[in-house]
Design a protein around this ligand. Sequence first.
Ligand SMILES: CC(C)(COP(=O)(O)OP(=O)(O)OC[C@H]1O[C@@H](n2cnc3c(N)ncnc32)[C@H](O)[C@@H]1OP(=O)(O)O)[C@@H](O)C(=O)NCCC(=O)NCCS
Length: 232
Amino acid sequence: MHIYSRLLDHPLALDARIAIYRREAAGYRIPHWGSHTYAAQYVSRWRMKNGEEILFRPIRPEDEPLMVEFHKTLSEQSVYLRYRRPESLRTRIAHERLIRRCCIDSSEGMALVAVLTDPDTGQHEILAIGRLSNMPTGRKAEMAVLVSDSYQRLGLGTELVRRLIQVARDEDMEEIIANFLPENFGMRALANRFGFQLRTSSDPTALTAVLNLTDADARDITRRYAGRHLCV
Ligand SMILES: CC(C)(COP(=O)(O)OP(=O)(O)OC[C@H]1O[C@@H](n2cnc3c(N)ncnc32)[C@H](O)[C@@H]1OP(=O)(O)O)[C@@H](O)C(=O)NCCC(=O)NCCS
């Protein structure tokens, strides 16, 4: 059982989880609860194209209220493009759903959020989230990215994808897969930018883009976008 209690001054059990693994589960898929510390290597500041500084970091259980606010900022179009169907705000911010989405462990993948802090009030706002979900077979992960409408076209999508590719590499993944609608030109551009190859999908309404991480060319492409706006 894993009880999340990461608020330093006021430990708070938000939820509890029990994970049961098959005896033959590969070692890398089983989280080491005791040693599963906050993935500090994925925390760093970065500057958007508008000059504002944000923090990229892994999502945390206590982000649930921020995720509720984030979902309120999304247009129907962005939601449709992300989930490939309409998804009501009520469904997206349901506690049962969000607590699972905010509590990620390394056996499931990784979710990074981009957080803006108001210098006057100290209030935090999640501007974007990128998620890698490990697939049940093979060393493959599915990637999804979602950027708040007012902060699109500021480089967040590109930087999230770049960072998720790094996470996948660190986890020894061999492939990243992204499924999106053919009319999703933003995601098509991102996939193209990082050298994803389009493949036919079992779902005729979606495109599947695949990045083979064992390919040396893919490594060069991510380097090209490395740290363009990094602020320490
Ligand atoms: C797709 C998405 C993640 C892109 O995020 P972003 O922060 O706007 O991306 P960037 O600012 O890094 O833009 C990267 C490039 O994508 C292209 N692009 C982004 N949005 C675009 C759009 N709406 N139409 C056409 N091209 C677009 C541009 O070429 C852009 O580069 P440029 O601004 O230098 O010209 C964002 O639009 C989004 O969240 N969409 C809704 C959810 C979604 O579709 N998620 C993907 C499903 S897996």
